[in-house]
Design a protein around this ligand. Structure first.
Ligand SMILES: Cc1cc2nc3c(=O)[nH]c(=O)nc-3n(C[C@H](O)[C@H](O)[C@H](O)COP(=O)(O)OP(=O)(O)OC[C@H]3O[C@@H](n4cnc5c(N)ncnc54)[C@H](O)[C@@H]3O)c2cc1C
Length: 394
């Protein structure tokens, strides 16, 4: 008898946990469960569709799916289709890798207005998440405010600012691409509560904002005469110093010199939202759409003996894809130690019919074939029924 482990969440941290477990014990039987019929979590649904290099990490996970001990169980939501208790009863260990993607609130009046979109809802739409098929109406959107100073804010600003040609090799959902291309956009404001020396942009992503075909990035020179906090570790100080240098370059740019102007505001926080305007601590901006990129929270999960958590579900919503690897591998070691002191459970297969690796590969094949026909990496299927039909070979 071998031990049976359930991993709930087929995002990066779930796959890295499976990897860690199989390295330690290739005989384990692992089910990696996801509520979606498609694996890879935010690699598919969060990472920007024009950053295909980042999404390529999915190939590593795909190779893992070929290992005999690992079974994909898609289209199975724990807490809905199967309870956490049922899972704990049937498996020797349960690893929670469910991530954390509920948009955090700004906490200002007017936040409930339809012009306000959380970044998850917005990015999930662009990325073809089947629960987020409707995006904002961009047909009259000229001025956009992107609130936040991390890479997700840059993703949102860049995806709006890029030309259709620049998005041609991406796997953005075609409806979203068409809506952005047709929008009468002129201004995108990226708004940070603190100074540029505190922004958490990575320099590559910030630098990319200076190389856009139809958009010019500008910043106010006043306010850029700052240095990174001396208390920061050296790599952080170097990153921030580079960012400040990039922003100083933006300060030399001419607003309006291209059809879209991306303006970086620092030391400015939202106070109130009204139809058509965003009131900030530094003044009021005309806006037709506001995308908040200020982080995420989660639902939590039932804790108990034999239950372990990894990734964003464990650490909170920070850290890149590679950061989950070491974390998941370390937790896998704890799981292996736990399994050593328990007898393997017996019993029938606890899972109902699911979308397995074969079903996912049918979806993958259909999407990449549709993409190849138009020179894109893939055209995502965004309809639940279509996804399930294709997975079942219908
Ligand atoms: C918009 C955005 C852009 C990002 N861009 C980058 C980037 O460019 N580069 C980078 O390195 N990192 C990026 N990140 C961070 C990266 O995506 C995360 O570090 C990583 O995805 C976290 O992995 P995870 O496995 O913990 O969670 P997730 O990737 O969120 O995976 C969780 C999985 O659990 C499933 N799930 C949830 N609840 C249940 C349930 N009850 N039952 C079954 N399944 C369930 C979900 O469907 C999902 O597939 C980005 C994040 C966001 C939000």
């Amino acid at each position: 008898m071998t031990h049976r482990v359930a991993i709930v969440g087929a995002g990066p941290s779930g796959f890295y946990a499976a990897d860690g477990l199989l390295r330690a014990n290739p005989d384990l039987r692992i089910d990696i469960i996801d509520r979606l019929p498609t694996p890879y979590g935010l690699v598919r649904a969060g990472v920007a569709p024009d950053h295909q290099g980042t999404k390529a990490v999915a190939r590593q996970f795909d190779r893992l799916l070929a290992q005999p001990g690992l079974r994909l169980a898609g289209n199975l939501e724990i807490g809905r289709d199967l309870s956490w208790d049922q899972l704990r009863t049937a498996y020797d260990a349960v690893i929670v890798a469910t991530g954390m993607v509920i948009d955090r609130k700004l906490g200002v009046p007017g936040e409930e207005l339809p012009l306000v979109w959380g970044s998850w809802r917005f990015v999930a739409w662009l990325n073809g998440h089947p629960d987020f098929r409707r995006g904002p109406d961009l047909s009259a959107v000229r001025h956009v405010a992107v609130v936040g100073n991390g890479n997700v804010a840059l993703d949102v600003a860049r995806l709006l600012a890029k030309s259709a040609d620049e998005m041609a090799k991406s796997d953005i959902v075609p409806e979203a691409a068409a809506a952005i291309a047709a929008a009468p956009l002129t201004d995108i404001h990226v708004i940070g509560r603190r100074g540029p020396e505190h922004a958490s942009f990575t320099s590559n992503e910030l630098g990319e904002m200076g190389r856009l075909a139809r958009a010019v990035s500008v910043a106010d020179a006043e306010g850029l005469d700052v240095v990174p906090p001396a208390s920061d570790p050296t790599p952080e100080r170097l990153r921030k110093a580079k960012n400040i240098a990039i922003l100083k370059g933006f300060a030399d740019n001419q607003a309006g010199s291209k059809s879209v102007t991306v303006r970086f505001h620092f030391g400015s926080a939202p106070i109130a939202i009204r139809p058509g305007e965003l009131e900030l601590t530094t003044g009021t901006l005309p806006v037709d759409l506001i995308v908040t990129c200020i982080g995420y929270t989660g639902d939590g999960y039932p804790k108990g003996e034999g239950v372990f958590a990894v990734g964003w579900a464990r650490r909170g919503p920070t850290g890149t894809i590679p950061a989950n690897r070491a974390d998941s591998h370390a937790v896998a070691q704890e799981v292996v130690a736990w399994l050593k002191q328990c007898d393997p459970k017996s019993g029938p297969d606890p899972l109902p019919p699911v979308v397995d690796a074969e079903g996912w590969h049918r979806i993958d094949k259909a999407e990449t074939a549709a993409g190849a026909a138009v020179g894109r990496p893939r055209i995502k299927m965004i309809d639940w029924h279509a996804l399930l039909d294709v997975a079942r070979g219908a």
